[in-house]
Design a protein around this ligand. Structure first.
Ligand code: NDP
Length: 298
């Protein structure tokens, strides 16, 4: 039975981080510019703590200036906005990331809209979303950027004319991925929870991006033979082994039924070990991009 090529996020992310580190070293040497990233964590959500630690460690390893601001869950909206404004004005900081989700009672949209769009390295500000939609230079959300790097490394730079189906229409993943595929001249369909006959829609895809948040929802027979499958989903589920499940142990799976898909797809990203690893590397790349644009370096 044919076996899909596995698109290795670890190798790709390591390569991108090394490229970013080399660019940071060059910016320091030639322009005296050290890109700086500030990450803001409000509250003690365990998953967010892991992500924030990883972002801090990787930005330092790349040679960047790195700040992590940890605020208590009871932080007021006014205090959080004051910190964001302080970071907007800080010349050492070129990228600001407020880790989401925020604790209940805090207004995420208002926080994102307060970030200077030039420092919005998560690419979530309406200015960046609008610029992306209009094909203008923008800071692009990290996970969609990672998806495109993995696609291009698998299929080459010319994606023109390919049929792309994106399942999911969130502001964070689905919509920006679809915009990027459109900008690459793919013919793009965006599917969502109200799409009729989703399996048939998916079967049309040369490129299938799954960003749903439903464990293993996309089955092997929904995939066109030879298609490239990018599985963005990160879902924590109990082990099928009853002993491990009884111990409360869980594992990560994607939105695609991976084993079935391996037999049909031409290439596929695994979960874990796929898109998820690209997100932090793309955050570093966005911070360098922001620093260069702010400093007027092409
Ligand atoms: P959201 O919950 O914001 O969006 C999910 C989307 O999936 C919605 O557009 C929804 O449709 C659609 N959807 C839900 N159920 C169905 C269904 N049965 N059929 C078709 N479409 C459906 O999730 P995110 O976009 O934020 O994240 C998606 C997944 O990606 C999650 O597993 C998340 O953990 C993961 N993720 C991974 C990242 C990484 O670094 N790899 C980063 C960010 C997210 P509708 O709009 O109609 O409700």
């Amino acid at each position: 039975m044919p076996q899909a090529q596995i698109i290795d996020g670890k190798v790709t992310a390591e390569r991108l981080r090394a490229e970013v580190a080399a660019e940071v070293a060059e910016l320091k040497a030639r322009h005296g510019l050290q890109p700086g990233l500030a990450v803001v964590l409000v509250g003690e959500d365990p998953a967010s703590q892991v992500y924030v630690r990883s972002k801090g460690e990787h930005s330092l390893a790349a040679g960047m200036h790195s700040q992590t601001h940890r605020l208590p869950a009871e932080t007021s909206q006014a205090d959080l906005l004051a910190l964001v404004r302080q970071l907007n004005a800080d010349p050492k900081i070129h990228g600001i990331l407020v880790q989401l989700p925020l604790p209940k009672g805090l207004d995420e949209k208002a926080v994102i809209e307060t970030i200077d769009p030039a420092k919005d390295v998560d690419g979530l500000h309406v200015v960046n979303a609008g610029r992306l939609a209009q094909g203008l230079p923008a800071l692009i959300p990290c996970t969609p950027l990672g998806c495109m790097i993995m696609l291009r490394q698998t299929l080459g730079d010319d994606l023109a004319g390919k049929r792309a189906v994106v399942v999911g229409r969130s502001v964070l993943v689905g919509k920006p991925v679809a915009q990027l595929l459109l900008a690459a001249d793919c013919t793009v369909t965006i599917a969502h929870s109200r799409t009729r006959d989703l399996p048939a829609v998916c079967r049309e895809a040369d490129i299938l991006v799954a960003a749903v948040g439903r464990p293993q929802m996309i089955k092997g027979d929904w995939i066109k033979p030879g298609a490239t499958v990018i599985d963005v989903g990160i879902n924590r589920v109990p082990f099928s082994d009853p002993v491990k499940a009884a111990q409360g142990k869980t594992k990560l799976v994607g939105d695609v039924a991976y084993k079935e898909a391996l037999a049909v797809a031409g290439a596929i990203t695994p979960v874990p070990g796929g898109v998820g690893l690209m997100t932090v590397a793309c955050l570093l790349q966005n911070t360098v991009t922001a620093a260069k644009r702010i400093a007027g370096i092409a």
